[in-house]
Ligand binder design. Sequence first.
Ligand SMILES: Cc1cc2nc3c(=O)[nH]c(=O)nc-3n(C[C@H](O)[C@H](O)[C@H](O)COP(=O)(O)OP(=O)(O)OC[C@H]3O[C@@H](n4cnc5c(N)ncnc54)[C@H](O)[C@@H]3O)c2cc1C
Length: 325
Amino acid sequence: MRSAEVIIVGGGPAGSSAARHLKAAGADVLVLDKERFPRHKLCAGWITPQVLCDLELAPEAYPNGFLTFERLHFHAKLLHFKAPCVQHSIRRYEFDAWLLERSGAEVLEHTVKEISADAEGYTLDGAFRCRYLIGAAGTSCPVRRALFAQSLPRSRALQTATLELEFPFEWRDPDCHLWFFEHGLPGYAWYVPKARGWLNVGVGGMAERLSARGESIRIHWGYLAAKLEREFGIQVPEAPTGYSYYLRGALEGVRSGNAFLTGDSARLATRDMCEGIGPAIRSGLQAAKAILEGERYVLEDATGASLGGGLISRGMDWAFTRGAM
Ligand SMILES: Cc1cc2nc3c(=O)[nH]c(=O)nc-3n(C[C@H](O)[C@H](O)[C@H](O)COP(=O)(O)OP(=O)(O)OC[C@H]3O[C@@H](n4cnc5c(N)ncnc54)[C@H](O)[C@@H]3O)c2cc1C
């Protein structure tokens, strides 16, 4: 039996942030991930300056390069406006591997299946033992399944369906484009160029509303592919792949004894833009802090709204989950 004071299940942004913070404080920490890094992760890879700040990362210190956007193009039906901004794009394939390595924590390739709890701690697959357990394994996190299924129910109304593709492409337009509500999509489509000749394109929408319309997200992928060809001269080279995650619900119930849920496993992505990297990192840091300092696990400051929480934020949330398209 392999023992560690803290075991983190999942080495994405939530897991690596928790691992780095714990490791820096001298904790005995082990990360288990089902994949060997670098691994593919479906994600547009748009990150905010707040994410860099939380990661204590200066753009020039990141070896794989950011692309920085000075404006975002918002398209909604006939409306098009360019919002000045400073935002960045990264490739998750590179970014997650770099963050995990930077954490300094030991990482083992292992798919966690069974977890049991007793008075002293947790046993994973009869092979690992820990006093503190952090669930950071995304939507299908086994920690959530084993210890939180009752206390942290998920609402189908907040489940997303997505399809995306990332491929090498010599893009000419260096800006990020977002198309909202096209063809009645309860969500948006994106074009996100990346440094060193990569492009990420995709569509995401609320799963329950799509199925109420008798639609699959694939129809909207078809609309996007046609638009990219028509307006950008891009022919998508292969079929996309999909992933589903949940947007933020109530924050209670994300801790049980010495077990914590973080990131997508705690369904923390913002309701207005479906941004999940920032909340994953914040929650990983907060879980580490709660363990190290014996504090409450507080998620109130994990980015709840990408657009600031005002009228526009609330309008987006409403349009995704309830509004007429
Ligand atoms: C198509 C798409 C586009 C997105 N675009 C953006 C965006 O542009 N910006 C943004 O901020 N957010 C975006 N998101 C959301 C964002 O990707 C997630 O919210 C974020 O990755 C959550 O991080 P995490 O660390 O919680 O989980 P993950 O990044 O999913 O990491 C979980 C890790 O757990 C491992 N794991 C899973 N199961 C097990 C197991 N049983 N045992 C061991 N390990 C396991 C996985 O291999 C993985 O490495 C997007 C999501 C999708 C699907």
